[in-house]
Design a binder for this molecule. Structure first.
Ligand SMILES: C[S@@+](CC[C@H](N)C(=O)[O-])C[C@H]1O[C@@H](n2cnc3c(N)ncnc32)[C@H](O)[C@@H]1O
Length: 233
């Protein structure tokens, strides 16, 4: 499938490629991640990870580093990259593509990438459920702390598999129920109100295997699951 006809980046270095038929749920996310995003990294580290996900932020960073830093000279795709928190773990020999629904979040990510000076980098405002890339375009895909808030998460996993090269790897961290009682208790109270998924590890395993991705659990941290999934060769 030939899809990769993207507009040129705007003055902030962001390619605007949001589909016109964006869902109500995704519009709400854009609003939510639209203001005060310069405070996002601080809030995530001090409040969301420890208090809601019941996860240790330091352990989160170590796990991501372990999963990402060995990737070199590759086409890497950071889906729902937000403010680009994971940019620090990618080797600069990679060609980096960051995609997110939120323009404000992407503006922060562009700043981080400038400091890193990748071989090549690009930033796209787009929807993870409908990726505007050709099949088998990337060697490595990351989705850090976002699957639980993507309305059609099955579609996102199908799209990730489609854009991955055969043998390519999808790395993901996401809160799931069923691995930490402390997390499950808090999550029950907030997930419905905030329109967040309450899925189990088995749901994700199932979505991966339906899309030709070989799932392997890597670690857990409070209610957060880390896994990698290789696309069948
Ligand atoms: C909790 S933040 C995580 C950001 C970053 N990956 C991190 O770990 O710091 C979730 C991100 O998912 C993005 N997002 C939510 N739904 C999305 C969708 N359908 N397509 C693309 N991005 C989406 C939000 O805009 C937000 O930046």
């Amino acid at each position: 499938m030939n899809k990769e006809i993207l507009p040129l980046p705007d003055k902030n270095g962001i390619i605007k490629a949001l589909p016109i038929d964006i869902s109500r749920e995704n519009m709400q996310r854009i609003k939510k991640f639209g203001a005060f995003m310069f405070l996002y990294d601080f809030a995530q580290d001090r409040f969301v990870r420890p208090c809601i996900h019941k996860a240790d932020p330091k352990k989160h960073r170590e796990i991501l580093k372990n999963l990402i830093s060995s990737v070199k000279n590759s086409r890497v795709f950071d889906i729902a990259c937000g403010t680009g928190g994971a940019i620090t773990y990618f080797d600069r020999s990679n060609e980096y593509t960051g995609l997110d629904l939120s323009y404000s979040m992407l503006k922060q990510a562009v700043k981080k990438a400038k400091k890193k000076s990748f071989q090549k980098s690009r930033f796209i405002q787009g929807n993870a459920e409908k990726l505007l890339f050709d099949d088998e375009s990337f060697d490595f895909v990351l989705m850090d702390t976002a699957l639980h808030m993507i309305p059609e998460y099955h579609m996102a996993i199908a799209e990730i598999s489609r854009v991955l090269k055969k043998g390519g790897v999808f790395v993901c961290s996401t809160p799931v129920v069923g691995i930490s009682k402390k997390f499950d208790f808090t999550w029950k109270k907030i997930s419905d109100k905030r329109d967040l998924h309450s899925f189990y590890e088995a749901d994700i395993q199932d979505a991966c295997s339906r899309n030709g991705l070989i799932y392997i659990r890597f670690n857990t941290n409070g209610g957060v699951l880390y896994f990698h999934a290789q696309k069948r060769k």
